[in-house]
Design a protein around this ligand. Structure first.
Ligand code: M6R
Length: 614
């Protein structure tokens, strides 16, 4: 979703801004722009529809010099993707420029009031209303820029991360946030601003995180000042982040998605590092240990999440109900937040989010906390809004995920959920020590098992060629692998734009079987578990109706092989960890089909990596 970058200091701002925007491209966007103040004090704004590379071409031959600037990639919410709707927006007098992520919900009311005061608008955006409101307040109150921003934001309803600069004020950026990410990188006599620390990691490892309702007054060569919308001074929340540049580059792969799929043996090592004792096979998670009582007394666990994180949560439900015997519910965060849910003080709400910035999940966290529940986070992005808004949590530690289609985050989430379930099961004594240790050992072996499953890459690529021209797919699985089927279908549709649906295999007979014909391939997950035979029978039913079956089966399983047209044979692990293994060939298949169709795999149309608006 929209991305923000800013710089004030002694270096040329524009190259830093453009590089930062490129690092944010993965978030998804449709236009880009920069605003810089040059040495003569001129505020120059350049913006256009299209990619950051189009912006670079547009800048060619223009004056984009200056040591202060703000830049933006826009993902349209109000007004079509176009040059005029692209950010930065500048005020009517041309004195103030602003970039904005989020949505100002009451922009119509504010706009009408400004029109009555003689303002005219060039764009259809809510953001242009905000910059003019800031200018209007600044003039009316004869106040400084930060005060005008504060007073304007007090009138604004909605979500935002903004950065503002002003002609005649070439050493200062004002930034603010409400439900949309914003970090400030701290250098020597210089500051960097971004919606994602990863985009400015080349320059600093020290980051100040803005909290909701805070405004940052960022002056070159002066200490950073943070205050609240109520004009009170806030404490700085500074964190030191260790991220390497190589983690943010493709490392020889054609796409981030393929790199991230192949990283999984290592990301799972990082995910379990220090958390399972290899000698005793005991799991140690500080988040669970420190909050043992909350989990032991939990009447219920409620997962809240969106998209792939929601699928991982469905697997978490199986893990926790099976191993810990605690009732679990899994909720779409977007539904949970608006349906007046019953939340009890002995509920544990687990928010699952790769980015830690998903607006609906963040809102669900806030709702659960207000209702008195203990809220636990499973996030990837360290220091993200959800990680900070939860009472405690476990990071998945799989490194930055850049491809819009989530892959390594999904396997990391399931791995963390398995560790959480084992840690709780130990405290509750709900499974035997032998069973617990057997699962923990399988977790320790997971990186090796993933390495083996990745050997199917070439075979899956060849198989994918055969199905590139299918218009519809069905994915079937049961038990732990019903959510894996949903996830496989989501991967395919989001990057190849092929319609795909996931079902529990037994549901076939209740409707979807009517769709089966030679044109409708079905991907069936038929790995050894307690419903295996039933799933093989479902395959026969599909075959009997002329359907083509691609079956994901255990290596050497000649029984299931007979019922399939094509097979992907994979190594096995403990039943409860099979989703981690099964999901990998499904990720590869979605990837190759999308590549053969010529799709933009890492930045599929209409999608954003981190959905920071509702
Ligand atoms: O960052 P989050 O895990 O909160 O994101 C949730 C979804 O937006 C995300 O999983 C989305 O469904 C992905 N594009 C799936 O590949």
């Amino acid at each position: 979703m929209c991305g923000i970058v800013g710089y004030v200091g002694y270096r040329e701002a524009c190259p830093i801004l453009l590089k930062g925007l490129k690092r944010l491209e993965y978030r998804g966007y449709d236009s880009a722009g920069v605003a810089v103040i040059n040495k003569d004090g001129n505020l120059n704004v350049y913006k256009c529809k299209g990619k950051v590379s189009s912006l670079e071409e547009f800048l060619d031959g223009k004056d984009y010099s200056g040591n202060i600037g703000i830049a933006h990639t826009r993902w349209a919410t109000h007004g079509e993707p176009s040059d005029r709707n692209a950010h930065p927006h500048y005020s009517q007098s041309g004195q103030i420029a602003l970039i904005h992520n989020g949505i100002i919900e009451n922009f119509r009311v504010l706009k009408d009031a400004l029109i009555q005061n003689g303002y005219q608008f060039k764009s259809s955006t809510d953001s242009e209303v905000l910059v003019n409101l800031i200018e209007y307040i600044r003039k009316e109150n004869d106040c400084c820029l930060s005060e005008a921003v504060r007073l304007a934001l007090k009138q604004a309803v909605g979500a935002y991360a903004i950065a503002v600069i002003e002609k005649g004020n070439p050493d200062q950026i004002i930034a603010a946030r409400q439900s949309s990410p914003m970090v400030i990188g701290i250098g020597e006599g210089e500051y960097f601003l971004s919606s994602d620390a990863a985009s400015i990691i080349d320059y600093t490892n020290d980051f100040a995180y803005l909290n909701d309702g805070e405004i940052a007054i960022i002056n070159k060569n002066k200490p950073l000042e943070i205050k609240t919308l109520e004009n009170e001074t806030s404490n700085l929340d500074i964190r030191h982040l260790e991220l390497s540049i190589s983690q943010l580059e493709k490392g020889g792969y054609p796409h981030f998605m393929l790199k991230e799929i192949h990283e999984q043996p290592n990301t799972i090592i990082d995910c379990i590092r220090g958390r399972i004792n290899p000698d005793t096979a005991e799991v140690k998670l500080s988040g669970v240990e420190l909050n043992k009582d909350k989990f032991l007394q939990a009447g219920r666990i409620i997962f809240v999440a969106c998209g792939t994180s929601w699928h991982a949560s469905l697997i978490g439900e199986h893990l926790i109900e099976n191993l810990c015997r605690i009732p679990v519910e899994v909720e779409y965060a977007s539904e949970f937040r608006y349906r007046n849910p019953i939340i009890r003080s002995n509920d544990v709400v687990i928010a699952v989010s790769q980015s830690g910035e998903t607006a609906d999940t963040l809102a669900a966290v806030e709702l659960a906390r207000k209702a008195g529940a203990f809220v636990y986070g499973i996030c990837n992005a360290v220091g993200s809004s959800i990680a900070r808004a939860t009472d405690s949590g476990t990071y998945i530690h799989v490194g930055p995920e850049i491809g819009v289609a989530s892959t390594k985050a999904f396997t990391g989430q399931v791995t963390v959920m398995a560790m959480i379930a084992l840690a709780i099961a130990k405290e509750k004594g709900t499974i035997s020590t032998e069973r617990r240790q057997a699962i923990a050992k399988s977790l320790l072996e997971l990186p090796q098992t993933i390495k083996k499953v990745l050997e199917t890459d070439k075979m899956v690529a060849d198989l994918s060629k055969i199905f590139t021209y299918a218009h519809n797919f069905i994915y079937l699985g049961r038990g732990y692998n019903y959510p894996t089927a949903l996830e496989g279908a989501l991967k395919l549709k989001e990057i190849s734009y092929i319609h795909a649906e996931g079902y529990p295999a037994a549901e076939m007979k209740h409707g979807p079987i009517a769709l089966i014909d030679a044109e409708m391939p079905t991907v069936v997950i038929a790995v050894p578990d307690h419903t295996y035979e039933k799933t093989v029978s479902n395959m026969e039913e599909i075959k009997a109706r002329g359907g083509k079956i691609i079956a994901v089966i255990a290596q050497g399983d000649s029984h299931a092989r007979k019922s399939a047209d094509y097979t992907i044979e994979i190594p096995t692990t403990d039943e409860c960890l099979m989703p981690v293994i099964v999901s990998i060939p499904l990720q590869l298949m979605a990837y190759y089909i999308a590549v053969y169709k010529g799709r933009n795999v890492d930045q599929p149309r209409n999608l954003a990596k981190s959905v920071t608006v509702e």
